[in-house]
Design a protein around this ligand. Structure first.
Ligand SMILES: [Zn+2]
Length: 236
């Protein structure tokens, strides 16, 4: 497939969508309830490949020009499928797009509100041309870049990726052990970078397990867990 690679991901593939943005691809992530046929229509109109885990979309696309049905849930398996099926270059233009809104980033001087610990480590900063979110090179971007380089060299962690690990841990231990709340504040929580943390939080939220001690921003990281039973109230 030689056409320009632009994507639209349905909500089930949002994690892959964020990684496509990290690699620099123009990627719409559907995060509001929209009818499947409208998502498909948008993909056709904007000449985007539609990435989905929903087999129904294949019925909308008899010519097979628009829909890519992802066979697996695991992120690394999906990354491998795109590499093999459409020869996706995972090192296309890393960190050129806003992870939040998909618009292009531009290089900027150091913003005034940068914490001192960041100033000591980097002098490279970018801002989104649309939402003005600022980004800088840091340990987590290096880890992301390593992952992209690995994918480009066909190194995929199949069956034991961070995404599977947390999912399996939740199913096998937390839910069966009737654990209702967990503390995420520990020195390994960023072992799989910020993406891994977000994935962990999403998995816990999905399983209905409360969490404390880490979050996608300072406010949610500091938010307490309050559990009330009869006359008792626990706050963590
Ligand atoms: Zn943005």
């Amino acid at each position: 497939m030689t056409r320009k690679k632009r994507f639209i991901c349905d909500a089930m593939c949002s994690q892959l969508g964020r990684w496509l943005r990290i690699a620099g691809y123009d990627t719409i992530i559907i995060d509001t309830p929209i009818a499947d046929k409208d998502i498909f229509q948008r993909a056709v109109q904007e000449d985007r490949l539609l990435l989905t885990r929903d087999q129904y979309f294949q019925k909308l696309d008899p010519s097979k020009k628009t829909v890519i049905y992802l066979k697996e849930d695991a992120l690394d398996s999906q990354a491998q499928q795109l590499k093999e099926e459409i020869h996706l270059n995972w090192l296309y233009q890393p960190f050129s797009r806003c992870l939040e809104c998909n618009h292009l980033l531009k290089k900027i001087k150091m913003p005034p509100d940068v914490p001192d610990r960041v100033k000591e480590k980097t002098d490279q900063f970018w801002a989104c041309t649309h939402c003005h979110h600022t980004f800088w090179r840091a340990t987590h971007t290096e880890k992301m870049e390593e992952k992209l380089k690995g994918w480009q060299k066909n190194q995929f962690i199949i069956g034991f990726g961070g995404d599977l690990m947390i999912g399996r841990m939740v199913n096998e231990y937390l839910l069966q052990g009737r654990i209702h709340a967990v503390n995420l504040a520990n020195n390994h929580i960023l072992d799989f970078s910020e993406e891994g943390l977000i994935e962990t939080i999403q998995t816990l939220d999905h399983a209905g397990i409360s969490h404390v001690g880490a979050g996608i921003d300072l406010k949610s990281a500091r938010a307490p867990i309050i559990i009330e039973k009869k006359d008792l109230k626990w706050v963590f």
